[in-house]
Design a protein around this ligand. Structure first.
Ligand SMILES: Nc1ncnc2c1ncn2[C@@H]1O[C@H](COP(=O)(O)OP(=O)(O)OP(=O)(O)O)[C@@H](O)[C@H]1O
Ligand SMILES: [Mg+2]
Length: 565
């Protein structure tokens, strides 16, 4: 009996397997495809982002999806997750897809954060129901308490069927590793900051145990500990993973395949190898193409020369003709020269004049209910000074910056603007951008007396060309939004820049450019960042440590603290 059952099981699984797609990743290892993409074409507006895209993802595949800002990575993953339709081609998947979009977004705003996470496995609402009925069990009306008891029993069975308390503990551990303490989990989503909501969504997806995870910039809003933990989580994940991240370490240490989305050629180059080998392979490919081109050009020019000599003689005209044809064929067989990717060449303009200390703050503090974030923080920003704010996640760095920018109010104390102060605030969530208005309109409204022509010129230096200026800012990619927000600061003539994680979302080339511009900027900069390179590029004189609000001269030892902030 037992034997028959085993055999039957094998039979069942074989038939199931036959119906599933296979893909071959390494040598002779055959694995089940969790995602299969055929002849995909994606357009946005009139622009083709990619065409002829074919690939399979097997369980255990860890794919790094890379390409310049605006190449179409987010659009591709949105399409894979079924949020938008491709213009052509087919996408099939054998299980669930857990998708973390680049922009924070959450479910029902009245829902508790904890419920949102647990609901990824259908547990949240049940747990809530259990809580409610356990309260009702104490009702003095015996009818109500009996009904509650019955309901409690039914819900408990359901709860246990879905993994029960051990699943709940798993969710709690994920949340705690993403620095989401209990008091956050007990709040409604609407009361959380953008960064917290994003971490809730990440926790939800990691907890869902989906066959396939697609993570678009998962490290935005994570501290270094959480990033290190996420790295391990992704490495050990049994399902398939597609990950987009500007965090090279994360990609470098987790992926076994790399998809390079080339915006110029509108196609994806697939490298079935880890990150290190991918980098080597790309350089080798570029060298090979260069060599091939120069060889072919040399041969062609010899042929053409010879043909010109032959061409003079009537008897050799046919041979000359053949030589020309052969030369043409050689040249036409070459890949088009790959366009060098353009990089924004940025210089921040002279800040408008201001007094010696354009910005002062005294006795700032913030509490959320009974939770005290910081108290009695004093700060003075001198003209042209560079200050970095360090502190653990939740220490109130963003809150402090928002207060200085005049977005949030302090519970106590005051902000004292100095003579001629003009603040340029860069918000991590790109809140300074009006997503309904066009790129150009956003620029024009950020400076009182800028002409449209000047706005277009600055936009051009931030890599926005004609058509891009007319796009509604809401459709911009993450990196494009960062570029726009910075361009808006540039034209505003600000003399104190308040920058909250300005390098998030940027591709490596754009990041370098922006850091370089920042290093040469004559105005004052207050920076919040967990990007060590960004802090080093700024070369700050001072550091403010949160939540204590202690000030100190900058020294290299603080680099270790950035890791933690
Ligand atoms: N509805 C739309 N109309 C016009 N252009 C659009 C629309 N939606 C997206 N785009 C453009 O498509 C391009 C691809 O955007 P996408 O967000 O996919 O890029 P990305 O590779 O994820 O970039 P990043 O690294 O900056 O996040 C961008 O140039 C964007 O402005
Ligand atoms: Mg994107």
């Amino acid at each position: 009996m037992c034997r028959v059952r085993v055999k039957a099981n094998i039979l069942v699984s074989w038939t199931a397997l036959v119906h599933l797609q296979f893909t071959r990743i390494k040598n002779l290892e055959w694995t089940i495809a969790v995602l299969n993409v055929q002849d995909l074409e994606i357009r946005v507006g009139a622009r083709v982002l990619m065409e002829g895209v074919n690939f399979r993802v097997a369980s255990g595949d860890k794919i790094g999806l890379v390409g310049r800002n605006g190449a179409g990575k987010t659009t591709l993953t949105k399409t894979l997750a079924g949020e938008t339709n491709p213009t052509k081609g087919s996408i099939s998947h054998s299980g669930e897809i857990g998708y973390l979009p680049q922009d924070p977004r959450a479910g029902d705003p009245t829902m508790l954060a904890r419920t949102r996470i647990l609901d990824a496995r259908g547990l949240g609402t049940i747990a809530l129901g259990m809580q409610e009925s356990s309260l009702a069990m104490a009702d003095p009306d015996p009818k109500i308490s009996a009904a509650a008891m019955k309901k409690y029993g039914r819900l408990t069975d359901e709860f246990n069927g879905l993994g029960g308390y051990s699943a709940e503990a798993e969710a709690a551990s994920i949340a705690s590793n993403l620095k989401l303490p209990d008091h956050i989990l007990d709040q409604a989503l609407s009361t959380l900051s953008g960064g917290q909501r994003r971490r809730i969504e990440l926790a939800r997806i990691l907890f869902s145990a989906a066959e396939m995870m697609i993570l678009d910039e998962p490290t935005n809003h994570l501290d270094a500990d959480s990033v290190a933990w996420l790295r391990e989580f992704v490495r050990n994940y049994k399902g398939g993973v597609i990950i987009i991240s500007h965090d090279i370490d994360l990609v470098g240490e987790t992926v076994n395949r790399v998809f390079y989305l080339d915006a110029n050629r509108m196609m994806i180059d697939i490298y079935n190898m880890n990150w290190k080998n991918y980098l080597l392979q790309r350089t080798a490919d570029a060298d090979r193409r260069k060599k091939e081109r120069s060889n072919a050009e040399k041969k062609a020019s010899t042929l053409q020369l010879q043909a010109a000599k032959f061409g003079a003689k009537a008897s050799k005209a046919a041979a000359a003709h053949q030589m020309v044809a052969r030369a043409e064929k050689l040249l036409s067989g070459l890949d088009a020269v790959r366009a060098v990717e353009r990089v924004a060449k940025l210089r921040f303009p002279e800040p408008s004049p201001c007094g010696r200390t354009p910005l002062m703050a005294r006795d700032l503090s913030k509490s959320y209910g009974s939770l005290e974030i910081f108290t009695a923080v004093d700060l003075a920003i001198d003209r042209g000074s560079k200050v970095v704010i360090l502190g653990l996640n939740g220490a109130g760095k963003t809150t402090l910056l928002r207060m200085l920018a005049g977005v949030d109010e302090s519970d106590t104390g005051s902000i004292e603007p100095g003579h001629g102060l003009r603040i340029g605030y860069y918000a991590q969530e790109h809140e300074t951008i009006d997503i309904k208005r066009s790129v150009l309109e956003n620029m024009v409204s950020s400076s009182p007396n800028i002409t449209e022509m000047e706005a277009r010129r600055v936009l051009g230096s931030f890599l926005f060309t004609g058509d891009d200026s007319n796009k509604p800012a809401g459709v911009l990619s993450g990196g494009e939004k960062t570029r726009l927000a910075l361009a808006m600061i540039v034209v505003s003539g600000a003399n104190v820049l308040l920058l909250d994680e300005p390098t998030n979302n940027l591709d490596p080339a754009s990041r370098e450019e922006i850091l370089d511009a920042l290093a040469h900027y004559a105005g004052a900069v207050v920076l919040v960042s967990h990007d060590e390179g960004a802090v080093q590029a700024l070369n700050p004189e001072r550091v403010l440590i949160m939540p204590e609000g202690t000030e100190d001269h900058w020294n290299k030892d603080y680099l270790d603290l950035i890791e933690l902030s």
